[in-house]
Write a protein that binds this ligand. Structure first.
Ligand SMILES: Cc1cc2nc3c(=O)[nH]c(=O)nc-3n(C[C@H](O)[C@H](O)[C@H](O)COP(=O)(O)OP(=O)(O)OC[C@H]3O[C@@H](n4cnc5c(N)ncnc54)[C@H](O)[C@@H]3O)c2cc1C
Ligand code: FES
Length: 273
């Protein structure tokens, strides 16, 4: 984890309500692993005590970029930042997604909202390309389809209003695809020489979507890595703002999304009713 004064090199509307913010960050950029996030101090925010967490969209030796949506005070203030301005960053933070090494495992990405951006680095760095399911309210909310296709991913889109891709929830498209593929039976077959690739799920998006993806993984005997979004104050494991319940042999314990996560395997999470 590093603290760095970065410089804004690009800041523009990316698509719909989402903006792209690119930062020159030669100390943090090269360290970023897929699924990690940065904690950003928003310039000129009156009560700037709390930083704001953002997943890293792209990262390289020179720096990194994020895709964000203005939803409150901090992100509204961030919109006014200009190219050339300085932004203080702490990062990279969190555990990130594990990278599949076996060529017999097929990665399945499931995303909604900024989840598409959060999964991009994983999609770029996974040695095996698979299938990505993106869901959103409307066509304008579906980010980065061409970027994922250019990396060699099969992208399936769902929208609530049917303006792009299949009409309905992203999990409905996932269900249909798994059913056609005979997901559960194939997973069991793959381990015993069945010959077909086993699936591993990676998801980022709204809580309800993550819970639904986790339930499907458990039902089909699959591994699912879920990136949990919680309000974060310190971002480094000290304040316990961001805790979720993690299952243990005895029952459950608190786990910090900023430090122990944000990525958890679906079987670890004890969902609140
Ligand atoms: C790991 C992670 C990755 C994320 N990645 C992205 C991304 O790539 N793109 C994107 O658009 N959004 C992302 N988000 C969401 C983003 O952090 C929020 O949209 C942003 O913090 C909203 O800030 P705001 O001031 O505009 O909103 P507000 O609702 O005004 O404030 C939210 C912020 O206030 C603080 N806060 C609010 N309530 C509490 C509380 N009870 N205790 C302590 N602190 C509190 C926190 O710092 C919180 O982040 C991510 C969130 C997490 C946890
Ligand atoms: S945000 Fe402080 S412990 Fe996670």
């Amino acid at each position: 984890m590093t603290q760095e004064n970065t410089t804004v090199t690009e800041h523009r509307i990316f698509q719909g309500d989402y903006r792209l913010l690119r930062l020159s960050a030669p100390a943090i950029g090269p360290l970023v692993q897929p699924g990690q996030f940065v904690h950003l101090r928003v310039p000129r925010l009156a009560d700037a005590v709390l930083r704001r967490p953002f997943s890293v969209f792209k990262a390289d030796a020179q720096g990194l970029s994020i895709l964000y949506k203005s939803i409150g005070k901090g992100t509204a203030a961030l919109c006014s930042v200009r190219e050339g301005e300085e932004i203080n960053l702490v990062g990279p933070l969190g555990n990130g997604f594990p990278l599949i090494k076996k060529s017999t495992t097929m990665p399945v990405l499931v995303a909604g909202g900024y989840g598409n951006a959060a999964l991009y680095l994983l999609a770029a760095r996974l040695p095996v390309k698979g299938i990505a399911f993106f869901g959103g309210r409307s066509a304008i909310d579906i980010l980065c389809v061409d970027e994922f296709k250019a990396l060699g991913w099969d992208v399936r889109v769902t929208t609530d209003d049917g303006s792009l891709g299949q009409n309905g929830l992203v999990t409905a498209a996932l269900d249909l695809w798994m059913e056609e593929r005979g997901a559960g039976s194939r997973e069991r077959g793959a381990g015993s020489g069945g010959g077909s690739a086993s699936l591993e799920l990676f998801a980022c998006g709204p809580n309800a979507m993550l819970k639904a993806v986790g339930e499907r993984a458990i039902r089909h005997g699959l591994t699912a890595w879920l990136s949990m979004d919680r309000n974060m104050a310190c971002g480094v494991g000290a304040c316990l703002t961001c805790v979720i319940k993690r299952k243990t042999a005895e029952g459950w314990e608190w786990a910090r999304c900023c430090k122990d996560g944000p990525v958890f395997e679906s079987r670890e999470i004890l969902w609140e009713q």
